[in-house]
Design a binder for this molecule. Structure first.
Ligand SMILES: C[S@@+](CC[C@H](N)C(=O)[O-])C[C@H]1O[C@@H](n2cnc3c(N)ncnc32)[C@H](O)[C@@H]1O
Length: 243
């Protein structure tokens, strides 16, 4: 299944939402703190969120005074939750894929995409569309599964806690099919170099690259903190449009 249809499998969706809500999810302990630091103040900004999921980021951004928030989301299950999250706000969500949406020109100050790019096959086309949709000096800030994670899922069984991680076939980039959350999903593995080169090729200036170094104060238990220091889960990049 592709990245959007995957979340329309009701069992997968239920498992995913339960796991996101658990106390020490890596999204909350690692990805979110770094992304919030990279994003900084949103006051007055027009925000586009690609693969917005439940749009929790939209609700928070609107509460912090962003000028507008638009989420693009491919899964109907996620769109339903996003609409509930944004109810009573001026935030909006459109049900379509990142590949099929008709990107407007110079319409956003900030484009965010959190943990979605590894589901996208044609990264160049997407990055070109994002560059077009940003105003001059606009920012694109994204997180993706880290390349050491997307390279291989050897030695891991879905539903069990991973004991060790195997990095393999690192330079054989492209499609991967992984069993995850009780379903099977298609992802795309890229090297760190690929992300670097493709973002520059689309015209972006790279401002920051982060790997989600865990910070003790974000964890409830030392056990989880020690475990999360073993391997990077996320890659985050902050990019700007200079012209
Ligand atoms: C791991 S979830 C992350 C959701 C949200 N960004 C967050 O961080 O909470 C990935 C989301 O991307 C969506 N998605 C994946 N591929 C997509 C595509 N090609 N077009 C639109 N949405 C997509 C999925 O439906 C899902 O909601």
């Amino acid at each position: 299944m592709d990245g959007a249809s995957f979340y329309d499998d009701n069992d997968v969706f239920k498992t995913y939402m339960q796991r996101r809500q658990r106390g020490e999810s890596p999204n909350d302990t690692i990805e979110k703190p770094v992304m919030m630091e990279l994003i900084g103040a949103v006051r007055g900004k027009r925000i586009l969120d690609l693969g917005c999921g439940d749009a929790a980021f939209g609700r928070e951004s609107l509460a912090h005074g962003c000028a507008s928030y638009l989420g693009i989301e491919g899964s109907q299950n996620m769109v339903n939750v996003a609409k509930e999250t944004l109810a009573g706000t001026k935030g909006e969500v459109i049900h379509t894929t990142l590949e099929n949406w008709d990107y407007p020109t110079a319409a956003f100050d900030l484009v965010v995409s959190r943990l979605v790019l590894h589901y996208v096959d044609d990264l160049h086309m997407l990055l070109t569309n994002i560059h077009k949709a940003l105003v001059s000096s606009g920012q694109f800030i994204f997180s993706a599964e880290h390349p050491v994670i997307t390279s291989s899922d050897k030695g891991w069984q879905s539903g069990t806690q991973r004991q060790d991680w195997i990095v393999d076939h690192y330079f054989d980039t492209g499609k991967r099919v992984t069993n995850w959350m009780g379903g099977s999903v298609r992802k795309y593995h890229r090297t760190l170099e690929d992300y670097f080169r493709e973002t520059q090729r689309a015209g972006f200036t790279i401002e920051q690259l982060r790997e989600g170094h865990p910070q003790r104060e974000n964890f409830l238990t030392d056990e989880t903190y020690q475990r999360r220091k073993r391997i990077p889960l996320f890659l985050m990049m902050s990019l700007s449009k200079q012209s």
